[in-house]
Design a protein around this ligand. Structure first.
Ligand code: SF4
Length: 385
């Protein structure tokens, strides 16, 4: 932390896509498990718990930044809320650092989200988490939702009273990286938890009165276990009935241990089309639950596959079917456009202007000797890893 408008607080590397506008507070550093074969995020980094004093010092510093920003907005004639004019000052003046900018966006956006980092806050004693959250709520007015990542193995071991204590302190939602409900896939990926424990953890979070967001990773079983992965993941989620099911399709960056298995032929990734077919099977098997499905991760090919179950299930399946029924060349154009940021929805492939632009791009690439369209699409998708 430094002084004046350069005050900053420690930030971890990631947060869920749905927490893009949230203030981030780091209660722990890195991941206490750190063995999942598909995950590059904390590899080579040592896990540690931060002390309550350290966490409180960050909260106090953020509170100071927010007060300073509110003062700026008041000076510019907007004492309530945070004006666009004040936002422009913060983003155009070199006086303000990145943390000020994040805090200014938080005030301007007005949603009041806070996300607690890093990978598994629940390794801290319930008393420490609760006291830190209580301090946060005292020091930072306008907080409307507090969420955190948690590992199923840790959550399943916790006493219900401990989870309830944390919920009463103010934690509203837990994001769990379930990834798969198949014991075969979980073992292959060294996830360190069984399907049974995933169900126990999920139910405990819900019974403690918190919202639950479960991440599923389409493609994680590779070709070999694709059907098993889809079927068992749906079965486990049918037993949990989480508030959110979020899709985050597998990509394989070189820093992930699974990369070597892929290069050595021990893991066969799905193609984009096979991933869509796997998601179709998975969604068709979700049954008897009222979760909301979200495809809010940039890794997903079809971000429009989302909606509340059960009423939107047929609509989601229809979208997946529309994509799968397209001629091969249209699917290729769509993938190129989606990964290159030209289009987002399946129907947009029928827009004459977009189509013409994509066809021209593929013609130009084909005329370049050695141009490989599949390689280009992969590179475009991998830029977001
Ligand atoms: S996926 Fe989650 S639990 Fe697994 S290594 Fe990455 S951060 Fe840790």
């Amino acid at each position: 932390m430094t002084s004046g408008k350069q005050i900053t607080i420690e930030q971890g590397p990631i947060r869920p896509p749905s927490e893009a506008g949230s203030l981030l507070f780091r209660f722990t550093r890195n991941c206490p498990w750190n063995r999942c074969a598909f995950c590059p995020v904390y590899k080579g980094k040592q896990f540690s718990r931060r002390s309550l004093d350290e966490i409180k010092a960050d909260i106090d510093a953020a509170s100071e930044v927010l007060d300073d920003l509110r003062g700026l907005s008041a000076q510019l004639g907007c004492p309530e809320g945070f004006s666009r004019e004040a936002l422009e000052v913060v983003f155009t003046s070199r006086e303000y650092n990145d943390f000020y900018r994040r805090a200014a966006l938080w005030l301007h956006g007005g949603k009041g989200g806070v996300f607690i980092q890093d990978a598994n806050s629940f390794v801290l004693p319930a008393g420490v988490i609760s006291e830190a959250i209580a301090h946060l709520k005292r020091k930072i007015p306008g907080v409307r939702r507090i969420t955190s990542y948690g590992r199923s193995g840790t959550l399943a071991r916790m006493a219900p009273a401990a989870l309830e204590q944390i919920r009463k302190a103010g934690l509203d939602r837990v994001h769990i990286g379930m990834e798969s409900g198949s014991d075969l896939v979980l073992k292959l990926m060294d996830k360190g938890v069984s399907a049974k424990r995933q169900v126990e953890a999920g139910r405990k979070v819900i019974e403690a009165g918190m919202e639950l967001s479960e991440y599923i990773m389409p493609g994680l079983g590779g070709k070999e276990l694709s059907e098993e992965h889809a079927r068992q993941s749906a079965m486990v989620l049918n037993r949990i009935d989480p508030h959110f099911i979020r899709l985050r399709s597998l990509r394989i960056p070189p820093r992930a241990p699974i990369y070597a298995a892929w290069r050595e032929g021990r893991f066969t990734p799905l193609t984009d089309d096979e991933t869509v077919a796997e998601i179709r099977l998975f969604i068709s098997l979700l049954d008897g639950i009222s979760s909301r499905v979200e495809s809010d991760h940039i890794m997903n090919l079809l971000e429009e596959v989302e909606g509340n179950l059960p009423e939107k299930r047929d609509e989601m399946l229809a979208t997946l079917d529309r994509y799968l029924a397209m001629p091969e060349n249209d699917r290729l154009l769509f993938r190129l456009g989606r990964r290159g940021g030209t289009l987002r929805r399946v129907a947009e492939i029928n827009d004459p202007l977009i189509r013409e632009r994509l066809e021209r791009a593929t013609r130009d690439l084909a005329s370049e000797s050695g141009a490989d369209l599949e390689k280009l699409i992969k590179e475009l998708a991998d830029q977001y890893i």
